[in-house]
Design a binder for this molecule. Structure first.
Ligand code: PNW
Length: 527
């Protein structure tokens, strides 16, 4: 259990110490850094807080399509999301990312805001059709220049850039001409695009992510169809094929990086994989409980292991090979390319699930049927505006699971974690700025992440999802995950209370938590 909280009075002292320390650090730089460190170690000695390892990265994460706008400017080609929103009403209320946060023109302001918060890392994604409008061949110099400017601006402001090569905005031409992830041309195309990026930015970018949340691409894009390219496929074959090609594209890009760049650029490369924690649904029947426990592990393997097993261990999970209809097989050469193709584990984590075994043909769609399980939430668990459960102890468990299973040599980066607040879409700006729910969510998650670090997990950084309110895919502009509020009419940015709170954490490299804080004790009788 958490060991970082104790006595009420001591706690108050520590909180004051951290506030004082971070306030000084903000104004006076290095000397104050020492003062901050002294205050923090005094507070830590009082046993009431969690200090993070030196050099820990405190960042925020974004994705090109969700923030940039400028969808048809400066030679950018169409992406599948441009088509999905502009021609198929893929998002609620017909929202699009055509303008979004207008970050293409305002990135300097956003980067300065992050710097003023004391953050030292920024995860962003590169829009492939901005770099290669047709997905292959011709490079668009204006697009290339844009990210170069973003990267320089980050470095000028003390933010280490982490670049994601693909966060869902596939060049439309590749979808139309090559079947997107269902065709094998995606593999060489992605490797070539990745080479352009390593060549242009690798002198300054030291953290690379090939793909963001491949589960979403395969399942939401090529199975349920709620994401671009909007393909509905009940048979499951397309889902498995999309995931297979995506993995091969990842391996091909990593091969390019390792062979041509890594030894001179000294960066690291990985993938950002989303993983909920899954807990067996409690039952008094021991036989059922055993089956639920097996189903729970199966869920992790279908959700995260589908991608993490190939890239860390060289093949799809055994349980998927046993249960799936139509899962492609890797050749021995492909297995060799995949195995060890990530230096670090990028974890996107949002919620936890209860899992129970259920026979086939109970869930819609082959992929879900192949899992033979049902997911639910404990009714007492709080939920976010997305309907996702708030179970911070699940965060610790999923980090420990990854640590114990893969022990990635370059560590684990939390590449996303965050929430949309229930009822937030009805709030006016002032209401939205008072986002206590988000502070409570973050504090509890950081506390459990801290515990995982104390237990030996090599977590090197945390990137909050997300910097500012933005285009939340199928849910449109109304679902607000930001630390910073955006008024889409004026494009005015305002820091929410959570941004100010997070700023204190980043500056102190520590978090103060008490056991009675909200979300610290959501139901966990089964752990
Ligand atoms: C992630 N699900 O998306 C993405 O990486 C972000 O771009 C996104 O804004 C953020 O999380 C919040 O949604 C997800 O259905 C979308 O399980 C859907 C799911 C999970 C993550």
């Amino acid at each position: 259990m958490l060991t970082i909280f104790h006595h009420q009075a001591r706690r108050r002292t520590a909180a004051a110490a951290i506030r004082a320390a971070s306030a000084t650090a903000a104004v006076t730089g290095t000397a104050a850094g020492t003062a901050a460190a002294a205050a923090i170690s005094a507070a830590a000695a009082a046993g009431i807080m969690g200090a993070f390892p030196d050099g820990f990265i405190w960042g925020a994460a974004t994705a090109s399509y969700q923030i940039e706008g400028a969808w048809n400017e400066d030679g950018k080609g169409w992406s599948t999301w441009d088509a999905f929103t502009n021609t198929q009403s893929g998002a609620l209320r017909g929202d699009t990312g055509n303008i979004a946060c207008d970050y293409y023109h305002r990135y300097k302001e956003d980067i300065k805001l992050m710097a003023s918060m004391g953050l030292n890392g920024y995860r962003f994604s590169i829009s492939w059709p901005r770099i290669q409008p047709q997905g292959r061949g011709q490079v668009n110099l204006k697009g290339l220049e844009f990210y170069s400017n973003v990267i320089d601006c980050c470095l000028e402001h003390g933010l280490q850039p982490m670049a994601t090569l693909f966060h869902w905005d596939l060049p439309l031409a590749l979808e139309l001409e090559c079947d997107g992830f269902l065709g094998d041309q995606i593999v060489p195309a992605f490797a070539d695009y990745a080479r352009v990026c390593f060549e242009a930015y690798g002198d300054r970018v030291k953290h690379w992510i090939t793909f963001n949340e491949p589960w979403c691409t395969a399942v939401l894009g090529y199975h349920s169809g709620v994401h671009a390219p909007g393909i509905r496929d009940e048979s499951g074959a397309k889902t498995y094929l999309a995931a297979y090609n995506l993995l091969l594209a990842h391996a091909a890009a990593v091969k390019v990086y390792r062979r041509e760049f890594q030894s001179k650029q000294h960066g690291i490369i990985g993938m950002a994989i989303n993983c909920d924690w899954t807990e067996p649904k409690p039952t008094d029947d021991p036989w059922e409980l055993k089956r639920n426990a097996e189903a729970s592990l199966r869920n992790i393997m279908f959700f995260c292991g589908w991608f993490s097993e190939p890239i860390f261990c060289g093949d799809f999970p055994e349980v998927m090979k046993e249960q799936c209809t139509g899962l492609p097989e890797f050749t021995e050469e492909q297995k060799a390319d995949l195995k060890g193709s990530a230096d670090f584990f990028g974890l996107n984590h949002y919620q936890s699930q209860l899992v129970e075994h259920c026979p086939r043909h109970m869930r819609k769609g082959q992929y879900f049927d192949d899992m033979e399980l049902l997911l639910s939430h404990d009714p007492s668990w709080p939920e976010t505006d997305m309907g996702w459960s708030v179970v911070p102890w699940g965060f610790r468990k999923v980090i420990m699971w990854i640590h114990n299973r893969y022990k990635p040599w370059a560590g684990i980066y939390i590449t996303e974690n965050g929430c949309a607040i229930p009822g937030d879409s009805e709030h006016d700006t002032n209401g939205a700025l008072r986002d206590t729910f988000r502070i409570d969510f973050m504090r509890a998650h950081l506390a459990y992440m801290h515990t995982a670090i104390q237990e030996g997990a090599n977590v090197r950084g945390y990137y909050h999802w997300t910097l500012s309110d933005n285009f939340e895919w199928a849910r449109g502009l109304n679902m607000r995950f930001g630390l910073i509020h955006v008024d889409y009419k004026t494009q005015e940015r305002k820091m929410k209370d959570s941004a100010k709170w997070y700023s204190e954490v980043a500056k102190a490299n520590a978090v103060v938590v008490k056991p009675s804080d909200p979300f610290m004790d959501v139901k966990h009788s089964y752990i």
